[in-house]
Design a protein around this ligand. Structure first.
Ligand SMILES: NC(=O)c1ccc[n+]([C@@H]2O[C@H](COP(=O)([O-])OP(=O)(O)OC[C@H]3O[C@@H](n4cnc5c(N)ncnc54)[C@H](O)[C@@H]3O)[C@@H](O)[C@H]2O)c1
Length: 440
């Protein structure tokens, strides 16, 4: 099947390459010409395990190409996936829909014949209906455009696997005699044939599915982090507590990892946009708890900064702090709203001499926070540290040898911001190890 993918960031580049991998003919389009040049040359402009191989294989097969030319997009196919960004609006909690609208405005007037646009971006409820109206108003006499919503649930770090074998496919369709369901069944035939649930609903519900899923995940993380706050004061151990409550299958252990909390390009902005939209709909009380979810999450970052300060005798000035990690989670180079980088930045602004290392996110981190010291290796970052903060749980950091690291630092003091280190081994090597939600 022929299709285009509009917006080739984390979501779009992955979707384009994986659709080609499934045998479709795909043209990706973006307004960022540097990104398109890079993708055409076979280089993924971000870190995503497995994606470079899928990209080059499908460029070579001739099933995958990229362009900045919307006219080519209009002529290439009648099926289009829309995956542009929906960031938080400046000065507001709401989502910025400028890019989504721009796609409809730029593409629809160029279309001839019958087209379907499957929205994949995460959007406030009501957006798909609004885009359908906009498309109807812009379509030329010989064209019709059906808007459907097909939210994306991929996880960065597992994006290829999640796109090729999703755990469910959600499709929101408009009322009437559209063809979106039939076409989506063809696009995703490989997944559907292996039993992947294919859930068809109205567009409004499909938009709400995505934001509700993210709100639930954020709530689960903040729940355990709120309990961690109590454990810290009462002297409990949140990791043992999470293991114990996680055995209840109604609760489950996943997403109960207490620590520095969530970040990235999705959860924080999605819960805020959900609250903003609820307010616009006159249902603001329904989601006020998400404000608390957000606040609990942000307090974890402050807690790590306070703990570091306390471990420097109350004054960060002149102390050397190593922050291990800059990406918002391991196996990604994404630093959007990264807790690790936020902590590193706050420590630096409070006067600490901060040295940062991340296996993949150094370039992105430098762009966001150019004033921090970036080391070329974990060892270099650890040299002379008064306090070490493990902020992103890369395997490389989890597996550090406490004896060897002990030789590099000035003082053997570490904060495990992700509750992933083997505490007894570190203590046996003479370390003062502190962790969120535990008194060690
Ligand atoms: N990254 C994820 O893990 C993930 C997962 C699920 C859903 N989403 C959602 O997918 C959407 C995209 O997220 P992302 O992380 O890929 O963002 P991104 O910033 O990495 O990519 C967005 C891309 O859209 C391009 N773009 C902007 N305007 C355009 C236009 N008019 N025409 C063509 N291209 C245009 C940008 O240049 C950029 O390359 C968001 O709504 C996000 O919430 C992301």
């Amino acid at each position: 099947m022929r299709m285009t993918v509009i917006g080739t960031g984390y979501l779009g580049a992955t979707h384009a390459a994986c659709m080609a991998e499934l045998g479709h003919e795909v043209l990706g389009v973006d307004v960022d010409s540097a990104k398109i040049e890079s993708l055409r040359a076979g280089t993924v402009p971000f870190y995503e395990p497995g994606l470079p191989e899928v990209l080059t294989r499908n460029l070579e097969s001739g099933r995958l190409d990229f362009t900045t030319d919307y006219q080519r997009v209009a002529e290439f196919a009648n099926v289009h996936f829309l995956g542009v960004g929906t960031p938080q609006k400046r000065g507001s909690y709401a989502a910025d829909l400028t890019y989504v609208r721009a796609v409809i405005e730029d593409l629809v007037p160029l279309l001839e014949g019958e087209h379907i646009i499957f929205g994949k971006s995460t959007v406030p409820v009501g957006t798909a209906d609004e885009m359908q109206e906009l498309a109807d108003s812009l379509a030329g006499p010989g064209a019709s455009v059906e808007i459907a919503w097909n939210p994306e649930f991929l996880r960065e770090g597992f994006a290829v696997q999640d796109t090729i074998s999703p755990d469910r496919i959600v499709l929101g369709v408009g009322r009437g005699d559209g063809r979106a369901e039939e076409v989506a069944r063809e696009v995703y035939a490989a997944s559907i044939s292996t039993g992947t649930p294919f859930l068809v609903m109205d567009r409004v519900t499909s938009e709400l599915v995505k934001v509700s899923a993210n709100a639930f995940l954020a709530t689960k993380i903040s729940f355990i982090n709120a309990v961690a706050e109590i454990c810290e004061i009462a002297g409990g151990d949140v990791t043992r507590l999470a293991d114990a409550i996680g055995h209840d299958e109604r609760i489950g252990r996943k997403f109960l990892g207490a620590g520095l909390g969530f970040g990235g390009g999705c959860l924080p902005k999605d819960i805020r946009a959900f609250m903003a939209r609820a307010g616009e709909l006159g249902a603001d009380q329904a989601l006020t708890f998400l404000r608390e979810v957000d606040a609990i999450n942000m307090r974890r970052r402050d807690r790590v900064v306070q703990l570091t300060r306390a471990l420097c005798n109350g004054n960060l000035l002149g102390h050397r702090v190593t922050v291990l990690g800059a990406a918002f989670k391991p196996n990604s180079d994404d630093v959007r709203d990264s807790p690790a980088l936020s902590v590193a930045g706050s420590l630096s602004l409070a006067g600490a001499d901060v040295s940062v290392f991340d296996p993949q996110a150094m370039d992105n981190a430098r762009k966001v926070f150019p004033t921090l010291n970036y080391a070329d290796s974990a060892e270099e970052a650890l040299e002379g540290a008064d306090v070490v903060v493990l902020a992103t749980e890369w395997a490389q950091f989890r597996e550090l040898d406490p004896v060897q690291v002990g030789e590099l630092v000035n003082r053997r003091v570490i904060i495990d911001g992700r509750n992933v280190l083997p505490v007894q081994e570190w203590q046996a090597a003479g370390w003062n190890i502190q962790a969120l939600g535990r008194s060690l």
